[in-house]
Ligand binder design. Structure first.
Ligand code: NAD
Length: 371
């Protein structure tokens, strides 16, 4: 069970328990672990799991979790146990060191390479997709007008104008969801490839399309940090656009860096009364000036929504997909014949995600000396 009060997800589902027991594993689920994701102990039991307590973790060869283990949890794991979770390790050197000292094999699922073979293990995508959906639902909840245009005998309700900033996995799902609700949707991103994707979902693309923009994508398909000049030009375009929007949803992230600041206080204040801004990047420092993590705040005419752990707001669905991501990864580590855990440390998926091994921090992004 997750120790963080804000975490409502669970790292296993009846489906993944069935799958893992089928592969030869003895699965124990902590009593109540699925409660906040609407999975009962009975459902886990019916799928083949034993129901246990946190003490059972001390016998486990493999521990599946949503979040990085707490110091107390680390003390309970046996040395050499594989712990698979989202480790959120940037800026957490002490916590990463503690995992090394506990002697565990700590796997950070968020470092799963985005290659075809690992698509079913991509927790960033599975969770961002749901967060993008939920951001629109949260915006609609706070908004006191309708999303679709409605032509009625009593008059016409105009379509809501929704602007999505950052068109990665979360942004594209936000665009699709807002379109399904009938909004007029525009979107922006610094990656040129995003333009076609936005348009294919029926959104209109808004960006300064200069030479820098055309080259603004890393080989891995992520955003680059843009020059000051580009940012200024883009901010001007965005500022005039935002003033005309009802809803702005921001999703912009740059791996390993704080989220880029895209929406200033002045931009929020230029919006119409009753406007809504949802900042999905609030946990990474926020795209929106004045957004507060875990709060909905009023800033002039607009409400700024800064919910934490947005996938956790849709926990039953998020857990289902997260659990599947983990079991797909684990499947690659179980020997089909002997049914034992057999980790191939040369496997690129293992190399990309393994943070600690044999008491050392081994991941190149965190190891002080070369691994
Ligand atoms: P992300 O969560 O790192 O960032 C969200 C979006 O914000 C990105 O599209 C990024 O370009 C954008 N952004 C960053 N700075 C910005 C700024 N200043 N202004 C506007 N937008 C800004 O991204 P992600 O959702 O993880 O996706 C990153 C890339 O990975 C995309 O190209 C996506 O298509 C790709 N991807 C590939 C696979 C795969 O091949 N298996 C799976 C998932 C995602």
């Amino acid at each position: 069970m997750e120790r963080d009060d804000g975490e409502s997800r669970v790292a296993a589902s009846p489906d993944t328990v069935k799958k893992l027991t089928g592969l030869g594993a003895n699965v124990t689920v902590e009593a109540g672990a699925g409660e906040r994701s609407r999975v009962t102990d009975d459902a886990f039991k019916a799928a083949g799991a034993a129901i246990g307590t946190s003490k059972d973790a001390s016998d486990a060869d493999i521990v599946l979790k949503v979040r990085r283990p707490s110091p107390e949890e680390l003390k309970t794991y046996k040395s050499g146990a594989a712990v698979i979770a989202t480790m959120d390790p940037y800026g957490r050197d002490e916590e990463v060191k503690a995992m090394a000292e506990a002697g565990i094999l700590a796997f950070a699922m968020e470092f799963m390479p985005r290659i075809t073979r690992a698509q079913s293990m991509d927790v960033l995508s599975s969770q961002a997709n749901l967060a993008g959906y939920q951001a629109v639902v949260d915006a609609a909840y706070e908004f006191d007008r309708a999303f679709p245009m409605m032509m009625t005998a009593a008059g016409t309700v105009p379509a809501a104008r929704v602007f999505v900033m950052g068109a990665g996995v979360a942004g594209l799902q936000a665009i699709a969801t807002a379109k399904r609700l009938g909004a007029a949707v525009t979107a922006t991103d610094v990656r040129p490839a995003a333009k076609e994707q936005v348009e294919s979902l029926g959104g209109k693309f808004i960006a300064v399309e200069d030479e820098e923009f055309k080259a603004a994508e890393t080989a891995g398909g992520y955003a680059k940090e843009m020059s000051k000049e580009y940012q200024a030009k883009q901010a001007e375009l965005v500022a005039s656009h935002i003033a005309k929007q009802d809803i702005v949803i921001t999703t912009a992230l740059i791996p390993g860096r704080p989220a880029p600041r895209l929406v200033s206080k002045a931009m929020v204040e230029s919006m119409k009364p009753g406007s809504i801004v949802v900042d999905l990047a609030v946990e990474r420092g926020g795209n929106v000036e004045g957004a507060e993590a875990g709060k909905v705040v009023q800033m002039g005419p607009a409400k700024i929504v800064g919910h934490l752990n947005v996938p956790g707001r849709i926990a039953a669905s998020a857990s289902l997909l997260y659990a599947k991501n983990l079991s797909s990864f684990l499947e690659t580590m179980i020997d089909k014949e002997t049914k034992a855990l057999k980790i191939d440390f040369e496997d690129p998926l293992v190399q990309a995600t393994l943070l600690t091994r044999d008491g050392k921090v081994v991941h190149p992004n965190f190891a002080k000396e070369p691994a």
